[in-house]
Write a protein that binds this ligand. Structure first.
Ligand SMILES: [Zn+2]
Length: 185
């Protein structure tokens, strides 16, 4: 029995799809609360104390195809599976967000071979979009260090942050609910 709120009954079909690709990610989705939140633009993982939940904007969800909804659920579940929020503590919020999303999307696209619409994919932060090689299996910490110190020129960073800061962009901001809102340059 999962804990989806009535606002997302359509998630059940997506979970069946995800189950075919990854039983582990589907199990995570079934074991955390998934809550509608009209106050966010896309989706995020929330950490309150030791309780993890997934929040999804209803308007964002309504505009997605079933493939894209499945990808969103898998994306957030992957953050939970790898403990990205806890591992990112102490790092600049925007660096953590971009690194976590690049690692996550790269794995979902290239290892799990999840399908998404070209529109959604064009808005994603990926390893390619931060100047790193797809399929390189870098850790989030490694990507964060590269983003901060070596791999990215200031100009490249600017384009990454500009993309991530677009209000309509699908960037999967993931942060602890107790953290102040991220401010991207
Ligand atoms: Zn994310």
């Amino acid at each position: 029995m999962h804990t989806f709120e009535p606002a997302f009954p359509s998630a059940n079909a997506c979970l069946s799809r995800l189950q075919m690709k990854s039983k582990g990610l589907a199990a995570i989705c079934r074991n955390i609360r998934i809550i509608p939140n009209a106050g966010i633009s896309t989706a995020r993982i929330c950490l309150r104390g030791r309780a993890v939940s997934m929040e999804i904007s209803p308007s964002f969800w309504d505009g997605l195809s079933e493939d894209d909804r499945t990808f969103v659920l898998a994306h957030e579940a992957f953050h939970v599976a790898l403990g990205h929020i806890n591992r990112g503590k102490g790092y600049p919020q925007q660096v953590m967000n971009v690194a976590a999303d690049a690692v996550t999307n790269d794995w979902l696209l290239h290892e799990l071979d999840l399908k998404t619409s070209p529109q959604l994919q064009s808005q994603m932060v990926t390893m390619d979009s931060v100047g790193l090689e797809s399929g390189s299996a870098l850790s989030m910490e490694h990507v964060m260090s590269l983003l901060q110190f070596t791999a990215c020129t200031e100009a490249l960073r600017g384009s990454i942050w500009a993309r991530a800061a677009q209000p309509s962009a699908w960037n999967m901001s993931c942060r602890s609910c107790s953290s102040p809102p991220a401010r991207r340059p």
